[in-house]
Ligand binder design. Structure first.
Ligand code: ADP
Ligand code: MG
Length: 333
């Protein structure tokens, strides 16, 4: 969604300009997974081996969909929420990792990032289908079910327990970024570190293409309104974007995005777009959603907690650029 990858796909040539014989070539693969087109770009010399690695990477995403999907009633997460175990129950390592990061983001964002918005997300989906906002009663009932701290997570033993049986968890704000990271890890493990995984707009980037400083990623209007897009050149990093450009419903002339303000229970109304660069896709994805809710006033404090993170928060009023503190740095008096 919205990404334009720059010129990084020329056929490799040797010093005299002739095509190099065993040089790495660029390969591209695409498959619809987790409801979005997942795309892999990878460099390698052996077409067969690259294709095999890409298949393994897609298989990993498919496996993760069976963990996180909110649409598949048989996913691990859906079954867990249906069961709502009051005693600690063992969960998969993938679910434990994503829940742990989610809890950190929930705490650090003061609840702006909250996977327990699940019931409100369902109301939003109904509103998009019917064109009508939920009744105040339905909204109040969904809001009353919020509270991610009612999920007791023990990361060491990889168990969870529910304090309430009606707690619902939706990891749609973070699962795609995590899946992109894991697909990239498969490509690396199979010997293809020069690779990129695009999980429907959540990018995880490995080593740069041959002879390039990084992957060229064009993002829509960041802090320079004169230009249609700004170009980022990145490697071994992740980029995520969130906003209301694609997923919104308009009711009585007001736009509501698919990102919920946990305070109101409604989709965000203001036009916004957030781009985040982070060391991992899971963090970039989660932060991007959190920053949409926090906005330019409260967002920079969250970003400051994350070394190596850079973010742009754009509203009709302009763009706020912020960065995480570099470890060991301290303010100069
Ligand atoms: P996209 O899916 O377009 O990449 P996001 O990563 O921002 O966008 O994820 C949006 C999804 O996150 C929603 O569809 C919903 O499932 C979930 N969600 C919505 N609001 C919140 C919130 N405040 N905190 C956590 N998750 C949310
Ligand atoms: Mg997100």
């Amino acid at each position: 969604m919205g990404w334009v990858l720059g010129a990084c796909g020329q056929t490799p040539t040797s010093a005299d300009g002739a095509p190099a014989e065993h040089a790495e070539r660029r390969f591209e693969f695409e498959r619809v997974l987790m409801g979005v087109p997942f795309r892999i770009v990878a460099y390698g010399a052996d077409a067969e081996a690259v294709a095999r690695a890409a298949r393994a990477a897609f298989a990993r995403v498919k496996e993760l969909n069976l963990v996180f999907s909110d649409y598949d009633p048989d996913s691990e997460l859906r079954r867990l929420v249906a069961e709502a175990p009051s005693q600690p129950k063992k969960i998969s390592a993938d679910l434990a990792r994503v829940l742990l990061l989610s809890r950190r983001l929930w705490e650090q964002s003061g609840g702006a990032f909250d996977p327990s918005v699940g019931p409100m997300v369902k109301l939003w989906r109904n509103a998009r289908r019917s064109g009508e906002l939920p009744t105040p009663e339905l909204l109040a009932a969904a809001r009353a079910r919020r509270g991610f701290d009612d999920l007791i997570l023990d990361a060491a033993t990889e168990t969870v327990a529910f304090r309430r049986p009606d707690l619902a968890i939706d990891l749609g704000a973070i699962a795609k970024g995590y899946a992109a990271d894991e697909a990239l890890a498969v490509l690396r493990a199979q010997g293809f570190p020069r690779a990129l995984v695009d999980g429907g707009g959540d990018l995880s980037l490995g080593e740069p293409p041959p002879s390039e400083p990084g992957w060229r990623v064009a993002v829509e209007a960041l802090d320079d309104p004169e230009r249609a897009a700004a170009e980022l050149v990145l490697a071994n990093a992740a980029v995520a974007t969130s906003g209301d450009a694609w997923q919104y419903v308009e009711i009585d002339g007001v736009r509501y995005a698919h990102i919920i303000d946990p305070e109101t229970g409604l989709g965000l109304g203001e036009r916004f777009s957030v781009t985040v660069i982070a060391p991992t896709g899971a963090l970039a994805d989660g932060l991007a959603t959190a920053l949409c809710v926090l906005g330019p006033a409260r967002g920079p404090a969250l970003v400051a907690l994350h070394p190596g993170v850079e973010a742009w928060i754009t509203t009709p009023q302009g763009t706020t650029h912020c960065t995480g503190k570099v470890p060991g740095s301290f303010p100069v008096p």
